[in-house]
Design a protein around this ligand. Structure first.
Ligand code: C2E
Ligand code: CA
Ligand code: CA
Ligand code: CA
Length: 275
C-alpha cells in the first residue's frame, strides 16, 4: 500500500510537470505570437431580433498557431492576463478588427471583450481611442464588453476609464450577466448600455424551467432599467422565438453561424451587399 501510494505521487508529479511544461510552451509561444500577428480576430454575428437583420459582430480572439492549429481563447487569455501580455494582445486584436471593419456597412457595430485586468490601466481609454484614431474606425460603432469590475478595490479608476470611453461615444455592455462574475451590483457601479445574458442560461432554457425563469426575470429587469438585452448561445429557432417574445433586443449563437475569420466574414457581407 505504501509503495502504490508513492507511485501514485510519482505519477501525479509527472502529470503536473507535463501540465506546467505545456503551459510554459504556450507562454513562450504567446510572446512571439503577438508581434507576429498570430493572434487574430474572429467575428460572431449579432442579430437584431425584431428585424432579423445583422446588426454587427462580437470580436473573439483566436491563436492561429503554426503547429497546433486554431487555439481557443480559454487556452491563452488566462496566460496573457497573468503575464501582463493581455494589454498588447487586446490592442492588437482591436487594431486588426477595426482595419477590417471600417469599410463594412456603417450600420454594423463591433463588440470587443476587455479583461478586468485592463480596467486597472489608467491609460486604457487613451490607448483604445488612439487605435480608433489611427485606424479610422468610428467610436460610435464600438461597444466594449466587460464581466467583472474586479475592481471594487479600484472602482474610481474603472469609472473614470469608462467615463472617458463613453465621452467618445463608445458603448458599454455587461457580459455574462447572471454568473458569479457579473452580478446585479455591477449594474449600479458603471453606466452600462446593454446587458448580455450568459449563454449557459440560454442554452438550457429549453429543458430547464429554472433557466427559463431566470431569462424571463433578466428581460424584465432590462425593461425596467431601460437596458436592451442581448442573448448569447442561441442554437435553435424555437429558443430564438421565445427570446423575441420576451422582448430581447439582440441575439447571437450558432443558429446564425460560428465565429469566423476576416476573410469569411467579408465573403458573408459581400453576399448580403453589406461591404
Ligand atoms: P464570451 O465573451 O462569453 O464569448 C462567447 C463565447 O461563446 C465564444 O467562445 C463563442 O464562440 C461561444 N458561443 C457563441 N455562440 C455559441 C453557441 O450558440 N453555442 C455555444 N456552445 N457557444 C457559443 P470563445 O470564442 O471560445 O470565447 C471564450 C471566451 O474567451 C469569451 O467568452 C471571452 O470571455 C474570452 N475572449 C475571447 N476573445 C477575447 C479577447 O479578445 N479579449 C478578452 N479579454 N477575452 C476574450
Ligand atoms: Ca463577450
Ligand atoms: Ca458572454
Ligand atoms: Ca464568458
Amino acid at each position: 500500500a505504501k509503495n502504490s501510494g508513492r507511485n501514485r505521487f510519482a505519477w501525479f508529479d509527472l502529470s503536473m510537470e507535463r501540465e506546467l511544461q505545456a503551459r510554459n510552451d504556450l507562454e513562450v509561444g504567446l510572446r512571439h505570437a503577438i508581434p507576429r500577428a498570430e493572434i487574430v480576430p474572429y467575428f460572431e454575428q449579432q442579430i437584431d431580433l425584431t428585424t432579423g437583420r445583422l446588426s454587427g459582430f462580437e470580436v473573439l480572439a483566436r491563436w492561429d498557431h503554426p503547429t497546433r492549429g486554431l487555439v481557443a481563447p480559454d487556452a491563452f487569455i488566462p496566460i496573457a492576463e497573468e503575464t501582463g501580455m493581455i494589454a498588447d494582445l487586446s490592442l492588437s486584436i482591436m487594431r486588426q478588427a477595426f482595419v477590417a471593419a471600417k469599410d463594412w456597412d456603417a450600420a454594423l457595430s463591433l463588440s470587443v471583450n476587455i479583461s478586468p485586468w485592463q480596467l486597472k490601466d489608467a491609460w486604457l481609454a487613451q490607448k483604445i481611442i488612439k487605435v480608433l484614431t489611427e485606424t479610422g474606425f468610428p467610436a460610435s460603432r464600438l461597444e466594449i464588453e466587460i464581466t467583472e469590475t474586479a475592481l471594487f478595490d479600484n472602482l474610481a479608476l474603472a469609472q473614470s476609464t469608462v467615463g472617458s470611453l463613453k465621452n467618445q461615444g463608445i458603448r458599454l455592455a455587461l457580459d455574462d450577466f447572471g454568473t458569479g462574475y457579473s452580478s446585479l451590483a455591477h449594474l449600479r457601479a458603471l453606466p452600462f448600455d446593454q446587458i448580455k445574458i450568459d449563454k449557459s442560461f440560454i442554452m438550457s432554457m429549453g429543458e430547464n424551467s429554472e433557466s427559463a425563469a431566470i431569462v424571463t426575470a433578466i428581460t424584465r429587469l432590462g425593461d425596467s432599467l431601460s437596458l436592451p438585452i442581448t442573448a448569447e448561445g442561441i442554437e435553435n429557432a424555437s429558443i430564438e422565438e421565445r427570446l423575441r417574445a420576451l422582448g430581447c433586443a439582440k441575439g447571437q449563437g450558432y443558429l446564425y453561424g460560428r465565429p469566423t475569420s476576416i476573410m469569411n466574414t467579408r465573403r458573408l457581407l459581400a453576399e448580403r451587399r453589406l461591404l
